[in-house]
Design a protein around this ligand. Structure first.
Ligand code: MLT
Length: 267
């Protein structure tokens, strides 16, 4: 694990991997209640790339965020790039990591060679989603983190996969339980406040990747797929029989998609 010290004194954890040391890197951002371990199933398939995976503030080995919301996360990502002397990257985020990647594209478009949304979309929260997040915050504030996390993850996998791989679901829940309640609350607040990001895709100056799961209950694919057409150059993939957790449900396919997109963007 490596660390970047932010200007505010807080630490950000990240990891580097891959054989391609001098290329523009593929930077991976995990989703909500997760950390960079999320990408572990893909790493054996991405050895030929240059990888950097970051624990967003408040998750994994990173300190809690100081600046609020997706913008604060995007600034943290930029701080890691600056410290590593990386001018441009291909940035791919899973779900909330995708919301962060969109915020990064809004603030630092010149730093992007490609933008990947993995089980993610550009829409702001609707009132129902906001209300669910509010209820989540209340549970967390009442000290019920374990119960909150336990109900969060099973529905993120396609039902058949969850039934066949209970140990994977349990491991993801266990990792979720290790995340600090304050980090989870900050993420919920940040997601509730994020603006619509469709115009970011419409004005994007680099290629966009969108990977969706046919059985994703959080990011239903139909509407999300159409938004990818807003980008000038878009690479779209619908993973059959997959829910919200393609890293586990279709690791080799997702890795191959990411690798091809990265190679295309850095050419
Ligand atoms: C995630 O996996 O990051 C979240 O499910 C995203 C969300 O709740 O909108």
């Amino acid at each position: 694990m490596k660390y970047t010290l932010l200007a505010n004194g807080r630490r950000l954890a990240y990891q580097t991997a891959g054989r391609s040391r001098h290329a523009i890197p593929l930077v991976l951002l995990h989703g909500f209640c997760e950390d960079q371990q999320l990408w572990a199933p893909l790493l054996p398939h991405l050895k030929s790339a240059r990888l950097l995976s970051i624990d967003l503030p408040g998750f994994g080995g990173s300190d809690l965020p100081l600046a609020p919301g997706m913008d604060g996360y995007a600034e943290a990502v930029c701080a890691v790039l600056n410290e590593r002397g990386i001018e441009r990257c291909v940035l791919a985020g899973h779900s909330m990591g995708g919301y962060t990647a969109l915020a990064f594209a809004r603030h630092f478009p010149e730093r992007l060679s490609g933008l990947g949304l993995i089980h993610s979309h550009p829409f702001a929260d609707d009132p129902v989603r906001k209300e669910n997040r509010r209820r989540g915050i209340e549970l967390l504030q009442a000290g019920k983190k374990d119960a909150y996390v336990a109900q969060l993850f099973p529905g993120l996998f396609a039902p058949a996969f969850a039934q066949q791989h209970p140990k994977i679901v349990e491991a993801v829940i266990a990792r979720g339980r290790r995340q600090p309640a304050a980090g989870i609350i900050a993420a919920l607040e940040g997601m509730m406040d994020r603006p619509d990001g469709l115009e970011i895709l419409q004005t994007l100056r680099c290629p966009a990747l969108m990977v969706l799961g046919e059985e994703d209950s959080i990011i239903p694919p139909n509407e999300a797929l159409r938004t990818a057409l807003a980008a000038d150059i878009a690479d779209l993939h619908l993973l059959p029989g997959v829910g919200h957790m393609g890293m586990y449900e279709a690791g080799p396919s997702l890795a191959a998609i990411l690798l091809k997109f990265w190679q295309f963007c850095i050419r």
